[in-house]
Ligand binder design. Structure first.
Ligand SMILES: Cc1ncc(COP(=O)(O)O)c(C=O)c1O
Length: 380
């Protein structure tokens, strides 16, 4: 299989697995227990917290561990609007992941005011619109890198235009791809996920700026200094620590190779597939994502493209949710101004550190052939 879906998930790094194994096999203590095995687990968690904090430019007290990106995003929105009562209005960019949009909409049903922030055709938020949300008791959610198009948001400009609001960024796709130094970026909350950086699934981190009175959205024991209840999964947290370490230590060479592969893929598809439209912006793009749609998309079946590519051994996705067996148009591409057909028939290719030039060349040939065949079929 030619795996070009690293934005969906990445393979576990062998070194990360090795680091996790002792905590799965032998060291099973509960980090809240006072005897030796519990203390060992506690030490491992605090060591992980210190290292992850250092890697994202934060203080250890500003980091809590969660079950992943979805929970971190939910935690911020629920806690700010409900448990901590910090905000009475939530604004999110139109291209956020559903793990932001859906909890915000849930808060709306409970009476919190919610707004959607417009994006331009390049996918970046319109800064003038954003400035209207600059006030206290306001939470603004703008993701760092979009998971479908690879658009990078100018977080420093965003922060500068809303100095009085609380700012959350979903950094799930950006950590390990661009420098993420949260103190410099000036955000109040940031979300990270383990399985997007060659770590394990089911673990993530949430950055909560010091001084914010953040109350747990999930109640129970007093773990994570009362900010997230539940027995800590030590092996997963150690896995996240190691994945984060390699993501940062090896970022320069990983990004260089991903960028070359994405450039090669884009050039190949532009050269061989007629009527192609690149949805990834020219400037301010992530190194690992390329999203393309087709100008004659109305004649192409989005589902058929993915199925035929799968049959030919190429794993890509299109960012569109598959609801009850049928493809829904991607809300991200619709927000960028694409029409419904284009937003359904797009392909998102995302490379990882293991992807090779040979795989890219094979993928170009297969995608070219599949689109040609589908066009022949629909025009006959
Ligand atoms: C931008 C973004 N946010 C959040 C998530 C959800 O993360 P997780 O799978 O760790 O819950 C994803 C994963 O698809 C993502 O790409």
């Amino acid at each position: 299989m030619i795996y070009l879906d690293h934005s969906a998930t990445t393979p576990l790094d062998e070194r990360v697995l090795e680091a996790m194994l002792p905590w799965l096999r032998d060291n099973f203590g509960n980090a809240s227990s006072i005897y030796q095995s519990g203390r060992a687990a506690r030490l491992a968690i605090e060591d992980a917290r210190a290292e992850v904090a250092q890697l994202i430019g934060a203080h250890p007290a500003e980091v809590i561990f969660t079950s992943g990106g979805t929970e971190s995003n939910n935690a911020v929105i629920h806690s700010c609007a409900m448990e901590s009562g910090l905000v009475d209005h939530i604004a999110y960019s139109a291209i956020e992941h559903h793990a932001v949009i859906h909890p915000a909409q849930a808060m709306q049903r409970l009476g919190i005011d919610v707004s959607e922030i417009r994006v331009g055709t390049d996918g970046r938020v319109v800064l003038e619109d954003l400035a209207t949300y600059n006030r206290a008791r306001q939470l603004v959610c703008v993701m760092h890198i979009n998971n479908e198009t690879g658009t990078v948001q100018p977080l420093a400009d965003i922060r500068a235009s809303i100095p009085d609001a609380l700012l959350h960024t979903d950094a799930v796709q950006s950590f390990g791809k661009v420098p993420v130094h949260l103190s410099n970026l000036g955000v109040d909350f940031a979300t990270i996920s383990g399985h997007k950086i060659n770590g394990p699934k089911g673990v993530g981190a949430l950055f909560i700026r010091k001084g914010i009175d953040f109350k747990a959205h999930q109640q129970g024991g007093g773990q994570e200094r009362n900010r997230r209840a539940g027995t800590e999964p030590v092996a997963l947290i150690v896995g996240l620590q190691h994945a984060a370490r390699y993501a940062v230590q090896e970022m320069v060479q990983n990004v260089r190779s991903m960028q070359q592969l994405i450039d090669r893929l884009e050039a190949g598809l532009r050269a061989h597939v007629p009527l192609i439209h690149v949805n990834t912006p020219v400037e301010g793009r992530a190194p690992h994502i390329l999203n393309v749609s087709f100008e004659d998309a109305a004649d192409l079946d989005g589902e058929a493209i993915l199925q035929m590519l799968d049959m030919r051994g190429v794993a890509v996705s299109n960012g569109s949710a598959c609801v009850s067996g049928s493809l829904q148009a991607s809300h991200v591409l619709l927000a960028l101004g694409r029409d419904k057909a284009e937003a359904k028939a797009a392909i998102r290719c995302s490379v990882g550190k293991g992807t090779t030039e040979q795989e890219i060349d094979q993928a170009i040939a297969i995608i070219t052939d599949v689109i040609r065949r589908l066009r022949v079929t629909t025009h006959n």
